[in-house]
Design a protein around this ligand. Sequence first.
Ligand code: MLT
Length: 422
Amino acid sequence: MAQINDNYLKLKAGYLFPEIGRRVAAYAKANPSAKIIRMGIGDVTEPLPATIVEAMHRAVDEMSRRETFRGYGPEQGYDFLREAIAKNDYVSRGCDIAADEVFVSDGSKCDGGNILDIFGPRREDNVIAVCDPVYPIYVDTNVMAGHTGAADEKGEYQGLIYLRATADNHFSPAIPNQRVDIVYLCFPNNPTGAVATREQLAEWVEYAQANESVILFDAAYEAYITDASIPHSIYEIPGARDVAIEFRSFSKTAGFTGVRCAYTVVPKTVMGHAKPGASDPGSRGAGTSIPLHQLWNRRHTTKFNSVSYIVQRAAEATYTDAGRQQVRALVAFYLENAKLIREGLISAGLTCFGGVNAPYVWVKTPKNKTSWDTFDLLLKEANVVVTPGSGFGISGEGYFRVSAFNSRENVTEAIGRIRRVV
Ligand code: MLT
């Protein structure tokens, strides 16, 4: 009989969003007339911008003609897209990132999990730090990879370092007072909606330089930054290209959650350490530094065949003048939703964070209820689905997250319903 990866048995019951989906489905089945509004998972609702759709149509037409048909593309992504990304998202902001440091993929969730392939597989290889609360894939993928021990009674895994993000530190955790090898950061933050200032990011870069750590920086929500002083990329910080890998996505920016396109930037100057005696052909001697770019390129070309030509043309269209304007309008629409949610819930007496530079509003539960009790209350009494904060970690207990990704009509209706029951 095949031996399983028994690290999976350490995982808590279910990944957060399917678990919410299961509970909502059970409620909907028992209450078929309930008009449920889903503000749990951050999934976009508005149609793709016209310029993007036109680009997809053109690409489909190309695929229908022998002369312009395309089969496999380069695994790392087509040059036209990698160049557009490097130029528009990085060079234009003064970041020293080249097109061949950009790896196009089908999602940040996948990249965020897959990146662990290029780091030491054993639990003792790396000290890994995550924020708490945290986007659950960072934790669950480390558990699956065997980088942790079992979960304790609070649901935290032995071996991981948890960096607490609380209202007291404005949901931006302090730099650890110990050395870590890998640290996950996400700004604008999912779930709290917090942002990191230039000074805070500079401290992280300095820490990583001093400790030879790698920062895994999730910037999936950078398009929602409204405050001009907040960096959109970790590479806006001098020195970051030596210590950071950045994940970005077209999902929340251009409405691509169902289209699938993202990218990961691995600068050639970020290094990892090969153990003394690591068995690699000749030249790599004992304990040398190896560029992570080399390993990620190897991984990507071995395990991935990139994103379809049609989708990459769609992503490229987000950088045209018209595409840029339409994407900005889409982001502005969701940001207005966030503002309405935030203001509506504050006026109902709730304490809210985020929702200004992020599409998520992080809300203190009413009357000190637990996160899941509040989830149940809102599902059953208001027929509104939110995400229980404790699903993101123990510091999320006592909070719930409201996603601004919805129609204006649903947002307005949901705020009214929540206000009536809290
Ligand atoms: C979320 O709701 O946190 C995100 O939509 C989940 C994801 O991007 O995978």
